[in-house]
Design a protein. Structure first.
Length: 200
């Protein structure tokens, strides 16, 4: 409730100081603030909005479902990390990178570079297969960490390497059977345009 009150105060303050010439922005700000407060009261609304936004970007229902499932798997893992004594975002990023590098053979940054991404969220540009193997790696990591009662950064890093290896072994087995690479340079970026204004 305190967080919500602070957001309300900030919105009210910004709304009051904007000039009369910024009426469209004021209306947008009020709309965003109202939607955010609704999502705080009912988190299900934020999930619905995410599905809607991904749908508008052309994602299939199957991809959206896999993305949501992967997010839930990631959330459960980060919840465990918090319970095991980790708090800093850089600690979460470090462990996530260990898991990712173990199953893909690439750091998160190298994977983003492969896909031509900059500030974009890597998971929003993963293929269905990449999402599935990421979820497998993180699910395996959490279950191993829970079983071994991992605490702190070192023990969770060890669990991350083991969980990532499970997904790596599964990835390599699938690639051997299909002849297709799971880790892909494909993304959902809009097509680039050349100097003539034509899509490439």
């Amino acid at each position: 409730m305190a967080k919500c009150a602070k957001q309300m105060w900030l919105i009210h303050y910004l709304y009051s100081v904007l000039s009369n010439h910024a009426e469209p922005f004021k209306q947008w700000l009020a709309k965003v603030g109202y939607e955010r407060m609704q999502e705080i009261q009912d988190p299900e609304m934020s999930l619905d909005r995410a599905r809607e936004n991904w749908g508008k970007l052309g994602r299939s229902k199957k991809w959206i479902q896999q993305r949501m499932t992967g997010q839930e798997t990631q959330n459960k893992l980060t919840d465990y990390w918090k319970e095991s004594g980790l708090k800093k975002p850089e600690e979460f990023a470090f462990l996530t990178n260990i898991i990712h590098q173990e199953w893909t053979g690439l750091t998160v940054k190298k994977h983003k570079d492969l896909k031509g991404l900059k500030s974009q969220n890597l998971r929003d540009h993963m293929s269905e297969a990449e999402l599935i193997f990421t979820a497998l790696a993180e699910l395996s990591t959490r279950q191993i960490a829970e079983t071994t009662k991992a605490k702190g950064i070192y023990q969770n890093a060890q669990a991350g390497k083991k969980g990532g290896k499970i997904a790596k072994d599964a990835r390599m087995a699938l690639e051997e059977k299909t002849g297709n690479k799971v880790v892909s340079e494909d993304n959902f970026l809009p097509p680039t345009k050349n100097k003539k204004g034509l899509s490439e």
